[in-house]
Design a protein around this ligand. Structure first.
Ligand code: IMP
Ligand code: MG
Length: 179
């Protein structure tokens, strides 16, 4: 399976939007104790570009989540990498590649609140509202997209295509609900 040649969101458009998000975040987090939590692996480029455009100081940490579908309990989200920074009293900004069903973000946000964060907000590059199955609110959204499988700029298909500088639609024909 391959990405379509023509980007769905090109590198220049990504740069402009990421800078806009960074400006909004900088305004909101002035005088706060900002901890940017990059969700691996998909948010690597997004978080990196966002951080470099911020106009406020930030501490960076990482989490990695994996979701398993098709189990008896439905979809289970496991935290493979947990933050090493103490979250108590911090203003945590979760930076994710994409909000699809919302299962990963919902689990993560709940975990972070339980760790005693002062505030937890969510920043996603891409949002697929038509796929939402869990109640999650994204505070900052780069692009709202239709239901297509996106790769590039950190997003993968079976670990491939993260290195592409733009977002491309994967050429899969109609997509199924199981991923
Ligand atoms: P959710 O838990 O269903 O919201 O989706 C969580 C994860 O599924 C995301 O963090 C991505 O890793 C992956 N995912 C969902 N949609 C896409 C896509 O269009 N392209 C690449 N990965 C995706
Ligand atoms: Mg993935």
């Amino acid at each position: 399976m391959k990405p379509l040649d023509h980007p769905a969101i090109d590198a220049g458009t990504l740069r402009i939007r990421v800078n806009e998000l960074a400006r909004a975040i900088s305004r909101d987090y002035e005088e706060r104790d900002l901890l940017v939590l990059c969700v691996l692996k998909g948010a690597l480029h997004f978080a990196s570009d966002l951080l470099r455009a911020l106009e406020v100081p930030a501490i960076v940490d990482f989490v990695r989540a994996k979701s398993y579908s098709g189990t008896a309990a439905g979809t289970v989200v496991e935290l493979l990498v947990k933050p090493t920074e103490s979250l108590a009293g911090r203003d945590v900004l979760v930076v994710e590649d994409i909000l699809d069903t919302g299962g990963t973000a919902a689990t993560l946000m709940e975990y972070l609140s339980q760790q005693g964060a002062a505030s937890v907000r969510l920043c996603v590059l891409l949002d697929k509202p038509s796929r939402r199955a869990h109640e999650v609110h994204a505070d900052y959204v780069g692009f709202s997209i239709e239901d297509y499988f996106a790769v590039g700029y950190g997003l993968d298909y079976n670990e491939q295509f993260r290195e592409l500088p733009a977002i491309h639609r994967l050429d899969v024909g109609p997509i199924d609900g199981n991923r």
